[in-house]
Design a protein around this ligand. Structure first.
Ligand SMILES: NC(=O)c1ccc[n+]([C@@H]2O[C@H](COP(=O)([O-])OP(=O)(O)OC[C@H]3O[C@@H](n4cnc5c(N)ncnc54)[C@H](O)[C@@H]3O)[C@@H](O)[C@H]2O)c1
Length: 401
């Protein structure tokens, strides 16, 4: 599908230039869910509309026309009315058959994704989707191949790359701050309540293997693109996983058996020799400044980056602690780090990536986070689980279409 497929939504002459607004129809499937509603509908697509659309270099603006799709008519109507929208349906096939729709977006539970994306490819729509792209590598690659054969453009959410903390970390890497990067240590996680005496803050399907749950499937796709884009392609994975909390209570108050992994302790060897160790857990109480933090140590300096903050310690100002367990700590180690300034305004990462995808669809502007990139994330999760099952380090072969 090419640019000519756009509707000319509105034109207005402001005295100097002819401003053209191009409407682009987007199916938003899974809009009643946590991610679909908050991050994609409210914080991205409606925020883009509030800002007047996505401006393009040629002076035109891309205006997202939203078609909400889901299973519950009542929930869709309620969301649509709350946000002044009037286009919604429970019939995905009918929405996909519309000529005024160019993009299919999927934020459904992971298990429902592959089937819907396949349908969208057959309908000739460009596709943007939450991660993971599919439940296994073969399916993810197959989707990538089918999309390429159909000539549709694809994208997978890789929101962590756009976090202020990681953007600042990238800036440090680009500026050569670290010298040679040696290692990355990441701590991700927080306590997810069991659901009995306090409701759980994540949907219960996340804790059932049969429903596509598990922290490896959830988090390793993120770790793949963070590691690959910042430090080097992942060459091997070694993971130990656990289901620390075997019984939980669901949204309806019913106890259930938690069959999926709720913690993963992973070691990743990267091209170029960096070693990354990343702990992911829904069974850890936070004694950190942020819910995820990465410590990067290099020959010239170190950094600790979180969601928003990033702090550094350079070689020249590194103190010299001496191991002496007989004395109380005499130094305030945290105070020996320096805050990296923002130096720019960081917008919501989901929104920034949406804007990039809309420009990609509208103008062909490069967008590296496509289905093949998404398949690499699925592959790392699959091989992480294999490593845990077989108790061994697993090589990660390069994926290609
Ligand atoms: N990028 C991120 O940081 C991030 C974070 C959390 C979740 N996710 C991904 O987003 C997707 C949705 O996760 P969520 O936490 O919003 O889940 P959720 O349970 O809150 O929402 C799931 C959505 O899928 C719909 N759905 C369709 N078919 C369904 C079915 N058969 N059973 C249950 N629900 C069905 C639900 O109605 C709902 O709209 C998942 O693929 C998950 O991996 C991404």
């Amino acid at each position: 599908m090419q640019e000519s497929a756009y509707l000319i939504g509105a034109s207005a002459y402001d005295g100097r230039t002819l401003m053209t607004r191009r409407s682009i129809g987007i199916i938003v499937n899974g809009v009643t869910g946590r991610m679909g509603y908050r991050q994609h509908l409210v914080r991205s697509l409606l925020a883009i509309r509030s800002a007047g659309g996505v401006p393009l270099a040629d002076g035109t603006t891309v205006w997202p026309h939203l078609v909400l799709v889901g299973r519950s008519e009542a929930k869709l109507r309620e969301i649509a009315e709350r946000h002044g929208l009037d286009d919604w349906t429970t019939d995905l096939s009918a929405a996909l058959a519309r000529d005024d729709i160019q993009i299919y977006f999927d934020a459904q539970v992971t298990q429902q994704r592959e089937k819907a994306i396949r349908q969208a490819i057959e309908a000739g729509k460009h596709i943007y989707t939450e991660k993971p792209l599919a439940e296994d590598t073969a399916a993810a690659l197959d989707l990538a191949r089918a999309a390429r054969a159909a000539g549709v453009r694809t994208g997978v959410v890789q929101d962590k790359l756009f976090l202020p903390g990681l953007r600042k970390l990238k800036r440090l890497l680009d500026g050569g701050f670290f010298g040679q990067v040696l290692s990355v240590r990441g701590e991700f996680g927080y306590w997810v309540f069991e659901g009995d005496w306090q409701p759980a803050q994540r949907p219960s399907w996340n804790y059932r293997a049969a429903d596509g749950g598990g922290i490896v499937v959830d988090m390793f796709p993120h770790w793949h693109y963070v590691l690959a884009e910042l430090f080097g392609e992942v060459r091997s994975v070694s993971a130990t996983i656990a289901t620390h909390i075997p019984r939980r209570v669901d949204e309806a108050g019913r106890p259930y058996e938690a069959t999926a992994d709720d913690a993963a302790y992973g070691t990743f060897e990267l091209a170029g020799g960096v070693i990354a160790q990343l702990n992911s857990s829904w069974c850890v109480r936070v004694h950190r400044d942020e819910l995820v933090e990465f410590q990067v140590d290099g020959t010239e300096g170190s950094a600790v980056a979180g969601l928003r903050r990033c702090r550094v310690q350079h070689r020249a100002v590194t103190p010299k602690p001496v191991w002496n367990p007989d004395l109380p700590a005499t130094e305030d180690f945290r105070s020996q780090w320096t805050e990296v300034p923002d130096n720019e305004d960081f917008d919501n990462g989901f929104k920034v990536q949406w804007e990039a995808f809309l420009r990609h669809v509208a103008t062909g502007e490069p967008f590296p986070w496509d289905f093949l990139a998404g398949a690499r994330g699925v592959q790392l999760a699959e091989l992480g689980l294999l490593s845990a099952r077989e108790g061994r380090r697993v090589e990660v072969p390069e994926l290609a279409l």
